[in-house]
Design a binder for this molecule. Structure first.
Ligand SMILES: [Cu+2]
Length: 159
């Protein structure tokens, strides 16, 4: 009886362990597939997303990160989105209980630093999206005198 119990316990443990492993691998694959990265000219663009506008043609926001992997400071000059009329660099600043948006200007990214655009902080304000915005939006990030071009997914905001 104790021997049978031992085998049973072993099976349960092994079953759980392999199920756990499958779980971990699936989550890892999901993250690996769901997250995009574009590297160009000493810059790493990660996890960019244009939040799908609630109403067709309305304005929206875009989030993501830019890491400077080069040895010199880099300046983000502007962001252009093919799916919108214009895009502006903004920052949400909270003073007391009041939040307002200010123009971000042209932020400098120091070597090794990451410029983060995220909800409630720095963001790309997207003005007047196209009526048929589609699944991706072609973006041009002008950093110093060079332009990085890649497509950003258009998705409803998670959470
Ligand atoms: Cu804004």
């Amino acid at each position: 009886m104790p021997a049978a119990l031992k085998i049973f316990a072993n099976e349960v443990t092994r079953g759980c362990a392999s199920r756990y492993l499958v779980c971990v691998i699936s989550i890892f694959l999901l993250l690996a597939c769901g997250r995009q990265k574009h590297s160009e000219n000493g810059l790493e663009f990660r996890d960019w997303l244009v939040v799908k506008p609630v109403v067709a043609g309305a304005g929206t926001v875009a989030y993501g990160t830019i890491r400077n992997t080069s040895a010199t400071p880099r300046t983000l000059q502007k962001v252009e989105l093919a799916c919108a009329e214009s895009a502006e660099l903004h920052e949400t600043v909270t003073t007391g209980d009041r939040a307002r948006m200010l123009p971000l200007g042209t932020p400098v990214i120091a070597p090794g630093e990451t410029l983060v655009f995220a909800p409630g902080a720095k963001h790309i304000m997207v003005m007047r999206t196209q009526k048929d915005v589609g699944e991706t939006c072609n973006a041009v990030f002008t950093v110093d005198a060079s332009a990085a071009r890649f497509a950003i997914p258009v998705r409803p905001r998670e959470n």
